[in-house]
Design a protein around this ligand. Structure first.
Ligand code: HPA
Length: 246
């Protein structure tokens, strides 16, 4: 049985009740990952965990070394990754507190190292990315949620912004017009890098605020923190349901 890789996002810099076996700082050709990867047991199942913003949440989304992070998982033999992500809800059915397993994304980022195939010695390759998330892993997450009675949106389109600022209301209108149902800052290039290395990758998004202009007020960080707590609890429950199915 292969170990599951878990990437924690904002609000998930550590995993509740993870029994830590060891920490490993993996050196990669792309520099250092966000921190040592934590190898441990979650409900008796071996997992490898990494907080993408660092364990003290010190790395903003546009400064994360995504290439080193994904490389490090591959180096430790990981073939499947569940990535947590806090997002803003754009469409009516993406209210704060909602958990979602997006099936599509749109990349609006513009200044990240986004590929292992950088030409020269690294070569030039064009991966298929029609369906950016692993369909098999998405189905496992969705059926685990159903069995455990956890409500999840079975689809969603994740618009990925450069950040670290939040969006303007007009930007969110544009994203909605493009088809995005949620907005966040970290799904890219993470998902594409995982595909380049042949890893199954899925995002579990939790909605922590209404996206800019989608509520009567401006975005309040206190509310976001509250929903991050809700989201990380739901995600922990979902992981408990997913692990026995892998
Ligand atoms: N926009 C972008 N990223 C986010 C948001 C948002 O509203 N909420 C959480 N991450």
């Amino acid at each position: 049985m292969s170990r599951l890789g878990i990437i924690g996002g904002s609000g998930l810099t550590q995993l509740e009740s993870l029994e830590i076996v060891r920490r490993e700082m993996v050196r990669t050709p792309y520099g250092e990952p966000s921190g040592p990867l934590i190898i441990g047991k979650l409900d008796g199942h071996e997992v490898v965990f990494l907080a993408r913003h660092g364990y003290g949440h010190t790395i903003p989304p546009h400064k994360i070394n995504y290439r080193a992070n994904i490389w490090a998982f591959k180096e430790l033999g990981i073939t499947k990754i569940v990535a947590a992500a806090a997002v803003g809800g754009i469409r009516d059915d993406m209210a704060p507190g909602k958990l979602a397993v997006p099936n599509q994304l749109i990349d609006y980022t513009y200044q990240r190292e986004s590929s292992y195939f950088d030409g020269g010695d690294s070569g030039v390759e064009h991966i298929d990315f029609t369906y950016p998330y692993s369909q098999r892993l998405r189905e496992i997450l969705i059926s685990a949620a159903e069995v455990a009675g956890i409500e999840v949106a079975k689809e969603g389109v994740y618009g990925v912004t450069e950040g670290p600022r939040l969006e303007t209301a007009a930007e969110v209108n544009k994203f909605e017009g493009d088809g995005c149902t949620m907005v966040g800052m970290t799904a890219m290039p993470e998902a594409a890098l995982a595909r380049e290395l042949g890893l199954d990758y899925v995002t579990c998004a939790f909605v922590v605020n209404w996206a800019a202009g989608r509520s009567d007020t401006i975005i309040d960080m206190k509310d976001i923190e509250k929903y991050m707590l809700v989201g990380s609890k739901q995600l922990r429950q979902l992981l408990a349901a997913v692990l026995p199915l892998l």
